[in-house]
Design a protein around this ligand. Structure first.
Ligand code: GLU
Length: 291
């Protein structure tokens, strides 16, 4: 395949904090099928910034499971844990714009004062630490209080004005539509934590741009986070890819499969005798063609 700069580039970006399950298999197979429809390529990215939960053995298991499914990707593979300086630089840029502030609130304090929830159902940050003086901020930082850095959502939106993003669907090859982003519904999201110079939102926009991703395919459960991603892309001067959201795989009770619910892993299914084609059929994909 030629290396044209306009070649569609998609990505699959799992977090190695557990074993992949059928929900991941669906998302992976979907992304590789979308790339085939666009004559593009899928890059694999290992999102291992959560140092407490991510483990190298889960990264190995991701490679093993995806290869077992018959999927392939260019190397070297990007690992977010190797890119902390890039996220720190993006954070500095937001700090220079006076858009980050330190927050020392505990979860319980936030829940007690919050007056609403974000699209994920988490309590909206009530803004308590916005009002700390510079002297208080310095004192608490020097004391080593647990800190996270939040985005000044209102100030950021005042800088950007209304924002839109490009969406395609229901098919990846459909005509693009323009949607308004609604970052206000997320409040002052956390973008950095003590010891980790990035949150998911920050690293994902930095890396989608660094990898020249043209199409982001991910589950519908992540559709709302696009609001924050386009806001950050604008503030950081990064391009905004085309977004496409796929259906979710649910368990018998209608819940999204998840590692925390102990959904059965691909490794367990493989041990129980499932073949890659059994997985494909179960998820509504045609069995692999023999060549
Ligand atoms: N790392 C995220 C996850 O495993 C996915 C990130 C994305 O697709 O933007 O849920």
């Amino acid at each position: 395949m030629s290396k044209s700069p306009n070649r569609p580039l998609l990505r699959f970006a799992p977090s190695p904090n557990g074993l992949l399950h059928l929900g991941h298999a669906f998302s992976a197979l979907y992304t590789w099928a979308a790339a085939a429809a666009l004559r593009g390529t899928v890059l694999l990215r290992i999102e291992d910034i959560d140092f407490e939960r991510c483990k190298p053995e889960f990264t190995d298991a991701i490679f093993r499971d995806l290869h077992w499914l018959g999927l392939d990707w260019p190397t070297p593979v990007m690992h977010q844990s190797q890119r902390l300086d890039h996220y720190a630089a993006a954070g500095e840029r937001l700090r220079d714009l006076d858009l980050l502030y330190p927050c020392f609130c505990s979860r319980a304090e936030i829940a007690a004062k919050s007056t609403g929830t974000d699209p994920d159902g988490a309590p909206l940050y009530p803004g308590t630490c916005r009002h700390l003086s510079a002297a208080e901020q310095i004192e608490r930082l020097e004391r080593g209080d647990p800190v996270q850095f939040r985005l000044r959502n209102d100030r950021a939106r005042a800088m950007t004005g209304p924002l839109t993003f490009t969406l395609v669907g229901p098919l990846i090859t459909d005509r693009p539509q323009i949607r308004y982003a609604r970052p206000e519904r997320w409040g002052d999201v956390v973008l950095q934590r003590k010891g980790t110079p990035t949150s998911y939102h920050l690293s994902v926009v930095v890396d989608d741009a660094a990898q020249n991703i043209t199409h982001v395919t991910r589950g519908r459960d992540m559709e709302a986070s696009t609001d924050i991603h386009v806001l950050l892309q604008f503030l950081l001067g990064l391009p905004s890819p085309i977004y496409h959201f796929h259906r979710l795989i649910l368990d018998g009770e209608g819940n999204k499969l998840s590692k925390s619910r102990n959904s059965q892993s691909l490794a367990a299914l493989r041990q129980a005798g499932w073949s890659p084609d059994d997985v494909r059929r179960e998820l509504g994909f045609a069995p692999r063609q023999l060549n």
